[in-house]
Structure formats: structure tokens, C-alpha cells
Design a protein around this ligand. Structure first.
Ligand code: FCB
Length: 437
């Protein structure tokens, strides 16, 4: 990973990303209960039933964490705001919550870091989950109110905003596969959540436009789908995972391979919502980690079966497949976004890191970043308008249903003492971004 800034286009930005529930410590500052607290409190959902109550205690240590961002020479910090911190019951403002994000954004600006805000990275207030959460169409209006409350306070300083991190995870992973809160496995709930998450996205974009907020985007997690047989299983997986969300937002249509299964379960008159869902954006963010090999399965729709693949795996068991990032950047520009700036808003790997004598030698993570940054360069060479790259993640953190076991950070966190130790991968970024420092 021996790049120089000049190996990337002029003004290309480098950043690192985190999210609120994964690092802040939700037990602090009067934050309300979230559906992740409920999910984690239910046996069998999360490794060791771990939750985000303390996490990395970023709530109290954010100055130190942002010092690390600045020390590495990053240009931008992608962070998220917790709905339940700002509105503990989902609707009423908690002044201490807004004050926290005000201090946090000031601290970024003080250090010369561009604040890249994600409004929702998964911690739905429990009070709204009680009302049906993402299954309830009213979520779009509640979310717009939350959006306005945040932007009225910090919108003057944030550089870029996206409403919802990874619509696929919010809807499919959480309502069909049941792996994330609220842990449902229900096709009808899934269809509604998939549509409502996009409706909430578009409603929030319109609310921010009306406030004069600039530089608004959407962040999609894409997973490459490789054919494991000669059926259309891989295309079906691609349609569910990737094309449904990009298609809704950028083409105002859903793929027929998804409608085949979900059509009967979508809310009435769903087609009427595309003008809101497809409100024009200023940029598109892509979170990319891996690929899957898919074949025809025997169960009900979507009839999918995952096939083993020979590729090397990360600590998550995910294939290392940088070609997918290159292909997605090129394909997204070609099929959906045209000249709109693209950003890699998350990319990184979990590794079974060991801290020894103050050092974490995470060579495999360095190799992962190296290969994926080369994929970004190849996509740019092929004409994709990629303007920035964010590593996931600044810190080891709460990896959702896998608890604190999976380490994605550039900085090691000891979850007993909360000591931060920059890893070798952090030093690599620093030598690229601040050579000779
Ligand atoms: C992404 C999430 C992020 C983290 C990484 C590993 O899907 O946005 O919070 O869990 O995966």
C-alpha cells in the first residue's frame, strides 16, 4: 500500500467512517432505548448478548479520536447521528443529544476534517419500533422531522449528508434474514421495509433541500453476485441486494426479478412514491466489502443457495474480491448515476488482530486496502467519476450481531481499558496522506 496522493485525481478525498451506536456509548447523554438494545437483550441474537451501552466511549473520548483522524492526515470523517440520542422517544428533542453533535462537528471543523453526516445508521428508537418501525409508512414523516432537527443545529457545518446507511441492511437483512434488529423473518414486512426505507430517504432529501442544505447523497451497500450455476439465481440476488435500491432512487423503478416475489406484499400504490424516492441527488456512496456465489435453491422465492467459493476470506468469512469494487463503480456510473460523483463510503476488513508490545501488525488488512485502492484506480481509469474513499473503520467497534469480536479498525481498541492503539494499517494511511510526517 505504497500510494501517494498524486496517484489519485486532484481533490480526491480520503476519510474514515464510523457510526453512532457502534462507538459512542449509548448509555451516556440521555439517549433513548433503541431496537438494537432490544435485539441484543433477546437471547441468541448477538454474540454474548453484547450491546452498545458503552462501546468505545466515543461520547467522552471523541476529541482523542478526532485527533487520530487528523494525525493520519484524513480529509474527511464519515459519522452518524443517533435518532434515539437526539429524540429518545423518536419524536421529542433531547437537548443534550443535539449538544453532543454540535460539539462533535465543531471538533471536526477545528481539526480541518470535512464532516460527512449519515443521519441514520440503524439505531431506531424503540418507541418507533413499537409503532411498526420501518413497516409503518409514517416512518418517512418521523424521519423527516428528525432530519430537520439535526440539520437545523449542525447543517451549517456539515460538508455532505446522506439520510440512511445501507437500505438493504435496514430492510432485507433485518426483516427477511432476521440477522439485524428488529430480527424479523417475514416477507411482507420485508417488502414494506424496503419500500419505506426508500420513501424515508427521498422525504428526508426533500426536507433538506427545502432547508437549503447542500451536497446530499445516498449510501448503498453493494455485494457482487457471481453465478454458481446457469440459472438466473445470481441475477436475482443482484436484483434484491443491489438493483432494487439503486433502481428505485436513480431510475424510479424496481427490477422485475424482485417484483416477482415481493410485488404482492408491497404497499398499495407504491408506484406513486417514485417521484419522492427518486428526488435528484448530488452524489452516490458505495459501501463495498465482498461477493457471493449464488445458485438456484429449492426453497420458496427467492430460491437462492449460496455456493462455497475458493477465495481467501476475512475474519467475517467474507471473500476478498476487489474486482467487485472496480466493476460496481463502473457499472453504477453506467447504469444509474452517469456523471454524478461516486464515493467509496465504506471498505475494509475484519481481522483477528493481536496487540503485542504496543503493535498490531495487520498486514492482511494492509493488503486488502492496497488491492481495493487499486480497484478504485482501475475504475477511475475506466471512466468512473470516483472522488473519494473512506476506510471502514477508524476504530474497532460494536460489529452488530457479532458483538465486539470482529475488529475492523485502523485503531485497536481494548474494550476493557478503552485504550486506543493505532495499527500498522493506520501508519500506512498516514504515510500516504502525510508523507514524511
Ligand atoms: C457495514 C455497516 C457497518 C459495519 C460494516 C462492517 O455494512 O455499514 O456498520 O457493520 O458493514
Amino acid at each position: 500500500m505504497d500510494f501517494k496522493r498524486t496517484d489519485f485525481p486532484k481533490d480526491f478525498i480520503f476519510g474514515a467512517a464510523t457510526s453512532a451506536y457502534q462507538i459512542e456509548g449509548h448509555g451516556f447523554g440521555g439517549a433513548g432505548r433503541t431496537h438494537w438494545d432490544d435485539f441484543a437483550a433477546t437471547p441468541g441474537n448477538v454474540v454474548r448478548a453484547e450491546h452498545g451501552g458503552r462501546a468505545c466511549d466515543h461520547y467522552h473520548r471523541f476529541a482523542q479520536d478526532l485527533d487520530l483522524m487528523a494525525d493520519a492526515g484524513f480529509d474527511a470523517y464519515r459519522f452518524s447521528t443517533s435518532w434515539a440520542r437526539v429524540m429518545p422517544d423518536g419524536k421529542t428533542v433531547n437537548a443534550a443529544g443535539l449538544d453532543f453533535y454540535d460539539r462533535l462537528v465543531d471538533a471536526m471543523v477545528d481539526r480541518g476534517l470535512q464532516p460527512w453526516l449519515t443521519l441514520y445508521h440503524w439505531e431506531l428508537p424503540s418507541a418507533l419500533a413499537d409503532l411498526g418501525g420501518w413497516r409503518n409508512r409514517d416512518v418517512a414523516g418521523w424521519f423527516a422531522d428528525f432530519t430537520q432537527a439535526i440539520l437545523a443545529r449542525i447543517g451549517d457545518r456539515v460538508h455532505a449528508v446522506s439520510p440512511i446507511n445501507e437500505p438493504w441492511c435496514v430492510s432485507w437483512l433485518s426483516h427477511f434474514e432476521g440477522h439485524h434488529a428488529p430480527g424479523l423473518r417475514d416477507i411482507r414486512a420485508t417488502a414494506r421495509a424496503m419500500h419505506h426505507v426508500l420513501l424515508a430517504h427521498g422525504t428526508a432529501i426533500q426536507a433538506m433541500r427545502a432547508m437549503g442544505q447542500k451536497n446530499l447523497g445516498g449510501v448503498f451497500n453493494l455485494e457482487w453476485s457471481t453465478a454458481g450455476d446457469d440459472s438466473d439465481a445470481a441475477a436475482r440476488y443482484d436484483a434484491i441486494y443491489n438493483r432494487f435500491f439503486l433502481g428505485g432512487v436513480f431510475r424510479k423503478e424496481y427490477p422485475h426479478l424482485v417484483l416477482d416475489g415481493l410485488g404482492p406484499h408491497l404497499p398499495d400504490r407504491w408506484q406513486d412514491d417514485f417521484d419522492v424516492i427518486g428526488t435528484p441527488l448530488d452524489w452516490c456512496g458505495i459501501n463495498y466489502y465482498t461477493r457471493k456465489v449464488m445458485a438456484q435453491g429449492s426453497g420458496p422465492w427467492p430460491h437462492l443457495r449460496e455456493v462455497d467459493s475458493p477465495l481467501p476470506k476475512t475474519q467475517m468469512g467474507w471473500d476478498v474480491y476487489p474486482q467487485g469494487l472496480q466493476d460496481f463503480l463502473v457499472r453504477t456510473a453506467r447504469d444509474y448515476t452517469g456523471d454524478l460523483p461516486l464515493y467509496v463510503t465504506e471498505n475494509g476488513m475484519a481481522n483477528a488482530d493481536v496487540l503485542e508490545d504496543g503493535v498490531v501488525a495487520d498486514g492482511s488488512r494492509i493488503a486488502y486496502f492496497d488491492a481495493h485502492l487499486r480497484a478504485v484506480q482501475a475504475a477511475i481509469a475506466a471512466g468512473a467519476p470516483v472522488q473519494g474513499y473512506f476506510a471502514w473503520s477508524l476504530l474497532d467497534n460494536y460489529e452488530w450481531s457479532l458483538g465486539y469480536e470482529k475488529r475492523f479498525g485502523l485503531v485497536h481498541v481494548d474494550f476493557e481499558t478503552l485504550t486506543r492503539t493505532p495499527k500498522a494499517s493506520f501508519a500506512k494511511f498516514k504515510s500516504m496522506l502525510r508523507p514524511g510526517s
